[in-house]
Design a protein around this ligand. Structure first.
Ligand code: MSP
Length: 654
């Protein structure tokens, strides 16, 4: 085991309800990072867990007629199953109701009290139960929580207080001297300007008005304030203070991932508690953005949360993980929409990755009897170019991963996938086969298998299931040495490799009206499922039985000649162009997946065939009315349709 350690944490989740896709976002990111570090040789400790005490949970349990413990046990078991289906490879799962945590928190509270950081007084002020946070009246003049906007409650009770002011200057200094400590930098400025500069209030760290918490060991009327209880999990899970060996092996954490609304707790309270305990501060706290819906925030009260188990059921966990990591720049807010998810699956996974594997294996079967061998012939310029990109990609990805830039790291990997697809077009193995150039053909096919192996290896942290499926198909399933980071050097596949018949990795998904209109936030009823099953069966029967169409079917299509007036790229969609068309009297707009075959400037003035009465759809948020016709040769070449002589736009095709 390596002596380079890497400790990464997620927030511990409130088991007040089932989690939604927004919660999965943090955990999937932490998992990808943990897997990446393990792959690159670190001794990783990845911690997640649940934050089970507090007034909110106590109330929720009461409402559901259960004891708090029974209530949280049920949800925690659901959360563990969720992490199972999302392949979250945590090393430890801490529950704040566990004895090991309780014992440590009591020791922490006692130490802070004994050394005079905690003292007893009376708290009078406002409290936000959903956020479990205290506010002074001047901080919330409208009586609403500045974080979540909910009504605040007035609380007046005897409490223990923590002397935050003792440590405020030291913390300020630490933040100024350590650029990496709070990331991204915008969050750091917010903490300085909104909290540190105005001066820190002493913090109330115990409650007496409810019981569901860890009792203060020397004053059992009081339970420890839930944020002091919760934040301590990052060290109590390592055995602090009773197991110093394990604790000092991993602490301080290398990175603590949290959502932006809890940055204050993690970059002000948490470091101050650690300073008071005389312990080192985490190297980095990263406050990522939120996953939003097109209509805004996801919340149980609005009834618009996206249930991750339904998504995984429909699309598979690797596709969901890929989407979360690729679609959103970590740090910024991002939007979840079923359309965007389906586009990612269709374009990136089915087309780019899936087709690369499928085309390569197909050609190896067709042209080489399913076998590739280590090349003996000359290595040409195109081969070297592919090898070079495969050599530099891991390093580029590693640099980006160290900055938690998951999306950019995946974009690097997709450049290699794109290069490999282009390599097929440039080397044209079908022509080499036709011309009987066996040695060259083998060299090209070997390059494809080797680059696919390297791609699959680099995919592991992000999509842990897909690499296995690829290894099976390229015949290296049992050869563990070919799956390791050390085997990234080009040319590790030796001798003869027998590949399997290609199997589709990611089937393309048709974007239905339903997908376009609303997210899959609820389970389908049994009847809906049955109806869908019947519809699918009918469609299959239709496909099988009705290869021919009749003239009525044909005349239902409103086929026209359309003239392209202008075309432009759609940002962040490599293959898509937005195209304006003229039908003579009328103008239309379509989105077409032809950007890799046509530059926008060369399209103006072309006359193409166009289906005018296809139901409109939104693609990547852009309205598309109808479809222009083009041909694809199965090798990725796309050629637009045309009319043989000039004719007025809008003319019918019959
Ligand atoms: N229990 C506290 C954390 C204590 S850590 C010592 C808590 N729990 S939570 O369940 O409400 O939220 C946990 C995490 O989920 C937070 O980091 C929060 O930002 C994140 N998310 C909740 N909804 C989210 C989105 N819609 N998008 C992204 N992250 C979201 O806070």
């Amino acid at each position: 085991m390596s002596n380079k350690t890497f400790y990464i944490t997620t927030p511990i989740y409130y088991p007040s309800d089932k989690l939604h896709i927004g919660h999965c976002y943090t955990t999937v990111a932490a998992d990808a990072m943990a897997r990446f570090k393990r792959l690159t040789g670190y001794d990783v400790w990845f911690l997640t867990g649940t934050d089970e005490h507090g007034q909110k949970i106590e109330r929720r349990a009461r409402e559901s007629g259960k004891s708090p413990q029974v209530f949280v046990d049920e949800i925690v078991s659901w959360i563990k199953d969720l992490w199972g289906i999302l392949d979250i490879s945590y090393d430890d799962f801490i529950r704040t109701t566990e004895e090991r945590h309780k014992k440590s928190v009591q020791a922490i509270f006692k130490k802070l009290y004994d050394q005079g950081d905690i003292y007893k007084d009376k708290y009078e002020g406002l409290y936000c139960t959903p956020c479990e946070s205290f506010w002074r009246e001047r901080q919330a003049p409208q009586g609403k929580c500045p974080d979540c906007g909910m009504e605040l409650e007035f609380v007046s009770e005897e409490s223990y207080f923590f002397r935050m002011s003792r440590y405020a200057d030291r913390l300020y200094q630490h933040i100024l001297e350590n650029d990496e400590f709070i990331q991204p930098p915008s969050r750091k400025n917010e903490m300085i300007n909104n909290f540190l500069k105005p001066g820190l209030e002493e913090l109330c760290v115990s409650r007496t008005s409810f019981q569901w918490g860890i009792p203060v060991s020397f004053d059992e009327e009081h339970v420890v304030y839930v944020w002091l209880d919760a934040l301590s999990n990052y060290i109590t899970a390592l055995g602090y203070p009773h197991n110093p060996e394990k604790y000092y092996k991993y602490w301080p954490a290398d990175v603590q991932l949290i959502g932006k609304e809890i940055v204050r707790f993690h970059t002000i309270y948490w470091p101050i508690f650690l300073m008071a305990l005389g312990e080192p501060l985490p190297r980095q706290v990263f406050g990522h953005g939120w996953l939003l819906l097109e209509e805004g925030k996801m919340s149980k009260s609005r009834g618009n949360v996206i249930d991750p188990t339904i998504l995984v059921d429909q699309y598979g966990s690797d596709a969901i993980r890929y989407f979360l990591l690729r679609e959103i720049t970590f740090g910024a807010d991002g939007v979840f929409s079923p359309e965007a998810l389906i586009q990612r699956i269709n374009y990136d996974l089915a087309n780019d990755l899936g087709n690369l594997l499928h085309r390569s294996l197909n050609m190896i079967q067709k042209f080489a009897g399913g076998v590739v061998e280590e090349p003996s012939g000359e290595i040409e310029g195109l081969d070297r170019e592919l090898q070079e990109l495969a050599r530099t990609t891991p390093g580029e990805m590693e640099k980006l991963m160290d900055k938690l830039q998951f999306s950019a790291a995946l974009a690097e990997l997709w450049k290699l996938i794109g290069r490999a697809n282009k390599y097929i077009d440039e080397t044209a193995p079908w022509a080499l086969n036709r011309e009987g150039k066996r040695e060259r053909l083998n060299t090209v096919l070997y390059h494809l298998v080797e680059v696919i192996r390297i791609i699959s290896l680099l995919l592991q942290p992000f999509m842990p299931r897909t690499p296995q499926r690829i290894w099976k198909q390229i015949g290296i399933e049992g050869q563990k040495e070919l799956h390791a980071w050390e085997s990234l050097n080009w040319g590790q596949i030796k001798g003869r490799i027998k590949v399997e018949k290609p199997e589709v990795l990611f089937p393309r998904i048709e974007l239905t009206e339903e997908d376009g209109e609303k997210p899959q936030s609820r389970e389908k009823t049994k009847k809906e499922k049955e109806d869908k099953g019947k519809d699918a069966k009918k469609a299959d029967e239709r496909k099988a039985g009705e290869k021919e169409i009749n003239i009525e079917d044909f005349t239902r299509m409103d086929l026209r000649v359309a003239e392209i007036i202008e075309a432009e790229k759609i940002p962040k969609a490599d293959r898509l162009l937005k195209i304006k068309l003229s039908l003579g009297e009328e103008e239309r707009q379509v989105v077409a997946g032809i950007a890799e075959s046509y530059a926008p400037e060369e399209l103006k003035g072309k006359k193409v065939l166009y289906i005018a009465n296809l139901a409109p759809a939104k693609i990547r948020g852009v309205q598309s009315q109808g479809m222009i016709l083009a041909a694809e040769d199965g090798q990725g070449n796309i050629v637009l349709s045309a009319v043989e002589r000039d004719i007025a736009p809008g003319s019918r095709v019959m």
